[in-house]
Design a protein. Structure first.
Length: 392
């Protein structure tokens, strides 16, 4: 805690500097924010490398801190890209101002997750200075393809064939003091092509419209029976939502194609294969009632499993114990939305997907963080790592 308070002004300044560099996912150039973080790390004796995705573009910044001898490897993961600004005029201060007012730092990305990145960078600098006292390695992974939904940095890092060692756990710097996210519903997303018969809308003969059929498909999917919660270790039920409908053009044509996007949240009691079976049976019943139309097609676009770390998992136990020792009392939580921890669960890598600074306006107008929440968060992560990394 003493170290975290000593670092506080520096963490705040680095967070402000990062917030002042716009890095909206899919909108802004990423080189400026990457260069700024790389420069800070280099100035603290921490060389880093750019990580390229399949297309050759940079998707992450990686920095490894090695202890005095081989040992476990833990990853500190935070994104440097952000959500869009929305209506700039609606903000109390400009989205890239980094303005401090009444103990709160304002700006897009302050909570998700530039404060987390700044905290992790300072922890890495301290671990580097004390490298002779512990064994193993700690990797900083700063993704700049998170808010696009691509998670390109994480995928490039965790799926690389030349990985120097196995990863024993990942701590993700999403914000929030009240909970440690130790699980989350999985997700299955599908693109559904619903077919009709094209015809003139003013013609004398009726033709089956893809939009009409898609509307019926939507109603049937939303009425489909789903199981209840998965039990004490997984208290949330599955959920199915049609999130988008695309079809038709103009006024004079009955459309022959309509596309639905279907989002299904998974649990251990309702996994991807069961969700797919439900989708297929529902759509097969629809096609049977529309015999004059081509069959419906289904393409899975995303498949992540549900996950929930057990109580004895070292990563979960270490972070919760460290928070208690720091004077915080977060509760372990299984989250309703999916997160990168679900992706990592598919790779059998345990992950904590959310414990961080106190915040307001996540992905919304006037995003901000409470500055006095920074030191206890930094101390918690630092303490947890020291308990996980064997001493020399």
């Amino acid at each position: 805690m003493r170290a975290a308070h000593q670092d506080h002004d520096s963490v705040v300044e680095l967070t402000r500097e990062l917030v002042r560099v716009p890095s909206r996912g899919g909108i802004d150039a990423y080189e400026p924010v990457l260069d700024h973080m790389a420069g800070w790390l280099a100035a603290h004796g921490l060389p880093c490398a750019h990580l390229a995705g399949p297309g050759g573009g940079v998707v992450a910044l990686v920095c490894e801190v090695a202890g005095d001898a081989p040992g476990p490897c833990y990853v500190l993961d935070a994104c440097l890209d952000t959500a869009p600004f929305g209506d700039d005029a609606a903000w109390a201060y400009p989205p890239t101002s980094g303005r401090i007012h009444d103990g709160w730092l304002h700006g897009r990305g302050s909570s998700d997750s530039k404060a987390g990145a700044a905290i992790f960078a300072h922890i890495a600098a301290r671990l580097h200075r004390a490298a002779r006292t512990w064994r193993g390695s700690v990797v900083l992974l700063f993704d700049i393809d998170e808010h696009t939904g691509g998670f390109g940095g994480a995928k490039a890092f965790f799926e690389r064939e030349d990985a120097p060692h196995r990863v024993d756990g990942v701590m993700i710097g999403y914000p929030g003091l009240d909970h440690v996210v130790t699980g989350g519903r999985g997700v299955l997303r599908a693109r559904v092509q619903v077919h009709g018969i094209a015809a003139h809308s003013g013609g004398s003969r009726a033709a089956p419209s893809a939009i009409h059929k898609a509307a019926e498909a939507t109603s049937r999917l939303h009425r489909a029976p789903l199981p209840g919660p998965g039990g004490p270790g997984f208290p949330l039920p599955p959920k199915l939502t049609v999130t988008a409908i695309h079809g038709g053009e103009g006024y004079s044509t009955i459309p022959d194609l309509c596309i639905l996007h279907v989002d299904i949240r998974l649990t251990p009691a309702f996994e991807a294969e069961q969700a797919l079976a439900l989708l297929r049976s529902t759509l097969a019943g629809l096609d049977a009632d529309w015999p004059d139309t081509p069959p419906t097609n289904l393409t899975v676009t995303t498949r992540w499993p549900a996950f929930a770390l057990p109580e004895h998992e070292p990563l979960r136990a270490a972070l919760l114990a460290a928070a208690q020792a720091t004077g915080l009392h977060p509760q372990a939580k299984v989250a309703g939305p999916s997160n990168i921890g679900n992706y990592l669960a598919g790779l059998n890598i345990p992950a904590i997907a959310g414990f961080g600074v106190d915040y307001r306006g996540l992905h919304a107008t006037d995003e901000q963080i409470r500055l006095d929440s920074i030191p206890p968060v930094q101390a918690t992560y630092h303490r947890a790592l020291l308990s996980l990394l064997p001493a020399c």
